[in-house]
Write a protein that binds this ligand. Structure first.
Ligand SMILES: *Cc1c(COP(=O)(O)O)cnc(C)c1O
Length: 388
């Protein structure tokens, strides 16, 4: 019989350059391959399994809902959906939630809200959405268009029109662009994930937020990766003392099941009306039950833990042999390495540690509740590999 890798290569569309690891199972921050080799998971399925693999409380919440009813469609009411929306609003002060299944869809909803708000307030010609260079907002044609990295756009033209890109951390450039264009909204990640794990500066974020407020431009944060405790606050924007109009999130919210959410502030809560938007699977009760459990676990104690573990990683890796710089926020960490990042990651895999890359950096996105001793073990492997 052909191996798993061979069958996958034969039948799964070739869109992913997978690492040569066949994952069979896991528990917490440890995963096991089909031969029983143990790995420390420093990627969490790209910031998704926020409580680790097969967390008991999460599994219990999901399976309890699974045996009650697994799907109803959005034509009916279900308890987990309403409860999760209420919990998200209570924790953020935002007013309403639209549920979908992915980060890209959460952003699609945000973009539709900004466009409709501006069309009704200012006129339909106010359709432009400003995003940042090096951003990443998803793979649908519209969120690709929002993504400020040209290499994702090649050969998929024409993309959705009405997206303008401007450099991160240059408020003057962003304001100048907005002044010369008819802008509906501004969409940005507080820490650019795929773009290289770079946090926006507080000065930039506060100036952009003040400008957007003054001009009644819809301010949207893409918290698909930074959200749900990843940066040491529930949402990344909370580090900056600003009040977004729209927050989109996904990845870590479901803890491993597909769930996207677009949170709407008082200003835009009524923009979407019956028939304006929808999703067959969005707000699925099983995904929402899992997310409710995830959210209940992201309390002050866990957020403090995230910050402490982050401090430990920054302290240990900064200035270490083979490390040029360390960037990011919370447990979203980028390491600029002297060796090519891909080689470092390949060596780590051999030594039983799963890391990711982002641009030219090694990227770490461990589970929020990774035990300190497991984290130290992984960092020690990294130190050894980086120094080679
Ligand atoms: C991953 C990601 C997305 C896309 O999410 P999908 O669930 O893959 O559609 C969008 N924005 C950011 C910031 C992301 O990190």
């Amino acid at each position: 019989m052909k191996s798993l890798m061979e069958r996958d290569a034969a039948f799964v569309a070739g869109t992913y350059k997978r690492f040569p690891v066949e994952i069979a199972s896991g528990k917490g921050s440890l995963v096991y391959d089909t031969e029983g080799k143990e790995y420390i998971d420093m990627g969490s399925g790209i910031a998704v399994t926020s409580l680790g693999i097969a967390d008991e409380g999460w599994v219990a919440a999901v399976t309890a809902q699974l045996s009650r009813v697994q799907h109803t469609s959005n034509l009916y009411y279900t308890e987990p959906c309403a409860q999760l929306a209420e919990a998200l609003c209570a924790r953020t002060g935002l007013k309403k939630v639209f549920f979908s299944n992915s980060g890209a869809e959460a952003n699609e909803c945000a973009i539709k809200v900004a466009r409709k708000y501006a069309a009704e307030r200012k006129g339909e010609e106010y359709y432009n959405i400003v995003t940042l260079e090096n951003s990443f907002h998803g793979r649908t044609l519209t969120t690709l268009s929002a993504t400020g990295q040209d290499h994702y756009h090649e050969l998929f033209q024409p993309l959705t029109p009405g997206f303008l890109h401007t450099p991160a951390n240059d408020a003057d450039a962003l304001i100048a662009l907005c002044e010369q264009s008819k802008v509906a909204g501004i969409l940005m990640e507080c820490v650019q994930g795929e773009g290289g794990v770079n946090a926006l500066t507080p000065d930039f974020v506060t100036r952009v937020a003040a400008y957007a407020k003054e001009k009644d431009i819809v301010l949207m944060f893409d918290e698909v990766q930074t959200g749900n405790g990843r940066t040491g606050k529930l949402y990344g924007y909370m580090h900056y003392g600003v009040s977004p109009d729209v927050v989109s999130t996904a990845k870590g919210l479901g803890g491993g099941l597909p769930l996207g959410a677009t949170l709407l502030s008082e200003k835009v809560e009524g923009v979407l009306s019956f028939g304006d938007h929808g999703s067959t699977f969005g707000g699925n009760p099983v995904c929402c039950a899992g997310a409710l459990h995830v959210l209940s676990r992201i309390d002050e104690a866990l957020l403090c833990e995230v910050t402490e573990k982050s401090d430990y990683v920054f302290r240990t890796l900064r200035g270490a042999k083979g490390v040029r710089s360390v960037s990011g926020l919370g447990l979203m960490i980028g390491i600029e390495t002297e060796r090519p990042a891909g080689e470092v990651v390949a060596d780590c895999i051999r030594e039983g540690v799963l890391c990711l890359t982002a641009k030219n950096k090694v990227r770490l996105l461990p589970a929020l509740n990774i035990p300190q001793d497991v984290l130290e073990k992984a960092v020690n492997v990294l130190l050894r590999v980086l120094a080679k």
